[in-house]
Design a protein around this ligand. Structure first.
Ligand code: 5AD
Ligand code: SF4
Length: 459
């Protein structure tokens, strides 16, 4: 069988895609790129906003057309598969295999079945399952918990992924060992709310470390860089900031979604913290990590958000001075409390606010990135950039970075890089040798193309 998995959504989905792909390989399937070559196409879906749902709908429409012309098995997994909305879609577009986020290990059974197979149970075995390490990659994801015990009124995730279940520290460390043996240099610990690790449904699990202690534990494994995502401010403790500061492998990068700067909106979102409490967490982070790189998620146009509320979001943005932000227009999701109880604001108003927020974010990212010009950053270079004369990667603070290939440093790896130029979205630099001098650039096959691609060459 030739199989391909198409992934939408977050890093949790990327991890699940890897997990299912490794199951497919162990079942004897060949993984192929693209639908044309495949006889099994599995779509890993996201349901968090309307847009990814629309994308899946249109892809399933295309796949049904292909299915009318040649034999093709179509599968759907991930958050949308768990919802009635997704199951209706699956019926309409003649999907053969449907796996919710808790039943990924049913893939073998699903493919053996001669009839339509729908798996919607949350299976405990999933939490104990240790997928093989990705091959030939410097970066890996590692799920430390699944599901979420919060009930933010806008969010469909507690419905799709169920209540929080933390994986055992032993399983986490075992998976990490496999990754280390495979050459992984940066691991990102994943969960809907990693700060609540070990505290499932309100109760602390016996023998499980706190998230801060898990960071310390993972820090002793020998992995070079550790990141984690994502955090709920409600469960953030100062000890996490302390653990970050005392564990050199943990990158000084914190993604702490605030969603809104207005207490009135935060209350309606049921976020369980105030603006003041959130700013206190930021102060704690800065106290332990003065150079922390801060990122956030913000929703604009939540039902009932007034201009004054929105101004509170802008002023919070300024007060924190984020390095980057994911910004979203509120998207009413059927099945969430805010969909049921609150009226959606007009589209134009939401769009206009988003544009104003993006403008503010750009100013801050430009300023923050410009401050890095002249500094030396440890950059994990993943591989070739769009222009093959360059490598692309990211810093410990997650800044996307591009460098020209250098003699002796023309392949993926972790290198010291002096930043020479920055835009709000990208940093450009040169790889340094042991004495801190830039390595000589590799001769280029096509120097004209470089002048267009790299601001370094333009300077
Ligand atoms: N509308 C818009 N954005 C949403 N998010 C979650 N649910 C919604 C929604 N209904 C955003 C939040 C969350 C991120 C993953 O997606 O900002 O942190
Ligand atoms: Fe949604 Fe809140 Fe859970 Fe994040 S923490 S997934 S926003 S319910």
């Amino acid at each position: 069988m030739k199989a391909t998995v198409i992934t939408y959504g977050c890093q949790m989905n990327e991890y699940d895609t890897h997990l299912v792909e490794s199951q497919l390989v162990s079942l004897g399937a060949d993984l192929v790129q693209g639908v044309d070559e495949a006889d099994f196409v599995l779509v890993n879906t996201c349901a968090v906003r309307g847009k990814p749902v629309d994308k899946v709908r249109s892809l399933l429409g295309t796949l049904r057309k292909i299915k009318a012309q040649r034999p093709l098995v179509v599968g759907m997994m991930g958050c949308l598969a768990q919802l009635e909305e997704g199951q209706q879609m699956a019926r309409k577009f003649e999907v053969d295999v449907l796996l919710g986020p808790g039943s990924l290990l049913d893939i073998g059974q699903a493919l053996e079945s001669n009839e339509r197979f729908w798996g919607l149970q949350f299976k405990d075995e999933l939490h104990e399952h240790i997928p093989p390490a990705p091959t030939g990659k410097l970066q890996a994801h590692l799920t430390i918990m699944r599901g979420c015990d919060h009930h933010c009124t806008y969010c469909i995730v507690p419905t799709t992924r169920g209540p929080q279940v933390s994986r055992s520290p032993d399983d986490i460390l075992r998976e990490l060992d496999l990754q280390l043996a495979a050459g992984v240099q940066e691991v990102t610990l994943l969960g809907q709310n990693v700060n609540a690790y070990g505290v499932d449904q309100g109760a602390r699990l016996a023998g499980y470390p706190s998230f801060a202690d898990l960071l310390r534990l993972v820090g002793r494994s020998g992995v070079r860089r550790i990141k984690f995502t994502t955090s709920h401010p409600m469960n953030f403790t100062e000890d996490v900031a302390a653990a970050m500061a005392e564990t050199p492998a943990v990158c000084e990068f914190v993604h702490l979604p605030v969603q809104s700067g207005s207490n009135h909106v935060l209350r309606r979102m049921a976020r369980e913290y105030t603006r003041e409490k959130y700013l206190q967490h930021i102060a704690e982070i800065r106290r332990h990590l003065p150079h922390a790189v801060l990122a956030t998620d913000i929703i604009v146009g939540f039902p009932g958000e007034t201009e004054e509320d929105f101004q509170d979001t802008l002023s919070l943005y300024d007060e924190v001075g984020y390095d980057s932000a994911y910004m979203f227009i509120y998207s009413p999701r059927p099945g969430t409390p805010s969909y049921k109880h609150f009226a959606d604001l007009p589209r134009e108003l939401k769009t206009e606010r988003l544009q104003r927020l993006i403008a503010r974010q750009k100013e801050w990212s430009a300023r923050k990135n410009a401050e890095k010009v002249g500094s030396v950053q440890e950059v994990l270079l993943r591989g070739d950039a769009h222009d093959a004369g360059f490598l692309e990667g990211h810093t410990r603070g997650n800044h996307p970075t591009v460098v020209p290939k250098a003699i002796g440093a023309s392949q993926a790896g972790v290198y010291p890089v002096r930043i020479e130029h920055a835009t709000p979205h990208m940093m450009y630099g040169r790889i340094l040798d042991a004495s801190g001098e830039p390595l000589p650039e590799q001769p280029r096959l096509n120097p004209e193309a470089a002048a267009v691609t790299s601001p370094l060459q333009m300077a």
